[in-house]
Design a protein around this ligand. Structure first.
Ligand code: PRP
Length: 218
């Protein structure tokens, strides 16, 4: 294989759809990586190419990003650390991008605080059953019944589906507006860059350069 530009293979990025992808593209622009096609909000296209830099970008559901990266369908992914923990895929986490900052917390009505202090069997609703299970079983040593939900998790304690929830808290306004509060903090969260394990070796130079440039601007 010769070393001309044409022989360089595409480096493929999987970005979590929505705010995360927009923030990532803003960051990439700062280091001279642009993808004009992606800025068209009305487009239904799923994959975008920067021919000059030999880069491809696709937008995926956040929870699928680690899967694309583990299997090598994407060399690099950008996704929240909540998703990385929950999906537990074989990928390298290489950089904290410093945006999308929030916290994973146990939340509920103030009256539920006591339930967390006596190792009682309680019901925990969450979009993140693995994180919830790991926290209660391995850190708090409290046996709990975990109920998986797919969104609007704050409803759990309100309609008495659960005693507490494990969920993301950003501004805290969803909790406040629903009479709930943070009872315990599990961990801070932010957007992270992940890399396929083989890509990190095969494309070491390009990825290293990208990381160095990003480190300058995050
Ligand atoms: C997330 C999270 C909380 C809310 C926290 O929900 O699950 O419900 O945001 O943000 P806040 O502290 O700023 O109010 P998201 O908007 O992703 O919707 P969903 O989980 O209900 O699908």
């Amino acid at each position: 294989m010769n070393n001309t530009t044409n022989s360089i293979r595409y480096l493929t990025f999987a970005l979590g759809k929505g705010r995360l992808a927009s923030k990532t593209l803003e960051l990439f622009e700062k280091i001279g990586i642009t993808c004009e096609e992606m800025k068209d909000k009305d487009s239904r296209k799923l994959i975008f190419v920067n021919e000059d830099l030999k880069l491809k970008f696709f937008l995926a559901k956040g929870s699928d990003v680690p899967t694309y990266v583990e299997y090598g369908a994407a060399d690099i992914g950008v996704v929240g650390s909540d998703t990385i923990m929950e999906e537990n895929r074989k990928v390298y986490e290489v950089l904290d991008l410093g945006f999308g900052k929030c916290r994973m917390c146990v939340c509920g009505p103030a009256s539920a605080r006591v339930l967390l202090q006596h190792h009682e069997m309680i019901r925990v609703a969450s979009k993140y059953p693995k994180i919830a299970k790991d926290y209660f079983y391995n850190q708090k040593h409290q046996t709990v019944d975990i109920i998986k939900l797919n969104g609007s998790v704050e409803l759990g304690p309100i309609v008495d589906l659960s005693d507490v929830i494990v969920d993301i808290v950003e501004t805290g306004s969803t909790l406040r507006e629903n009479g709930l509060e943070v009872l315990e903090e599990i961990c801070p969260l932010s957007a992270r860059m992940i890399v396929n394990q083989v890509s990190l070796k095969m494309e070491a130079d390009r990825i290293k350069k990208l990381l160095e440039a990003l480190k300058e601007v995050v």
